[in-house]
Design a protein. Sequence first.
Length: 296
Amino acid sequence: MQTGKIIQSLSGFYDVLTTDQKIIRTRARGNFRKQKIKPVVGDWVDFEDDYLRKIHPRTNELVRPLIANVDQALVVISSTQPEFSFNLLDRFLVVLEAQKVRPLICVSKTDLLSTTAAENLKIELQDYQKWGYLVFSTSEIRKDHASFQKRLTGRETVLAGQTGAGKSTLLNYLCPELNLETAEISTSLNRGKHTTRKVTLYPYAGGLIADTPGFSSLAWQQVDSVKLPQFFPEFVTYGKDCKYRSCLHLNEPGCAVKEAVAQEQIKARRYQNYCQFQAELKEERPIYQKKSTKRG
Ligand SMILES: Nc1nc2c(ncn2[C@@H]2O[C@H](COP(=O)(O)OP(=O)(O)OP(=O)(O)O)[C@@H](O)[C@H]2O)c(=O)[nH]1
Ligand SMILES: [Zn+2]
């Protein structure tokens, strides 16, 4: 019996990267279908005679893209074309944190900004660094490849980000031998075309990295309105002083998070996004309506 990780899945075949760095094409046995388990990219598996025998328990499983055991995600967010959006960035951070995937932030296309605009964006993003997120720009990565690589060694990293953000371009730079297809931004819609379809893990810097199909919208998969405050690190810090332990920082009295927003210790924009996400969760899942409007 051999062990390895599925790095690609194509019409019923699973390519497994073994611990000694060989790639073996395998197939799933019928018993997986009976048990309603589908092997996915990222799965640790045991196999024998080119047949998968066992799928190891998953640490996590993303639905869109379908991939398992992800350690971290590199959120590629464009500074322009498409326009930079803090709301979109916060959405990615929340959806990833909710799935126990550590987000890293990578801002693309800063070369298209004026020096002043690039500097201003960098300053705005310092707040994210302050609360524990690593922030890179594609220009910085090109200047100092080594310190970026260090963050990927030994880890399974997915690239996430809206279509046209520059994920394939970045991956092509990191792994030039891949020669992935990238698309020109379609000017009429000012949106990238969907060029990345299947999910594949590529060996990179002693780890694995996956380009993923562009997210055009982010579903609130696995996000619970009661848990939402946990995915805003600064809310966790200030929330310890809220009068009520279950404070959702909405209408409760004695809310230390709202106080921190008033004192500008928490960015008003982050709090506005939080309130918007709570409202969206309420609409999507009426089951949480009661809890999220509860006072005190
Ligand atoms: N100037 C500049 N252009 C970039 C940069 N990154 C990406 N682009 C351009 O942006 C367009 C879209 O890039 P892609 O890499 O295809 O975007 P993607 O995120 O992989 O898109 P999907 O595959 O649709 O998810 C291409 O025309 C790239 O050349 C960058 O850092 N600077
Ligand atoms: Zn509160």
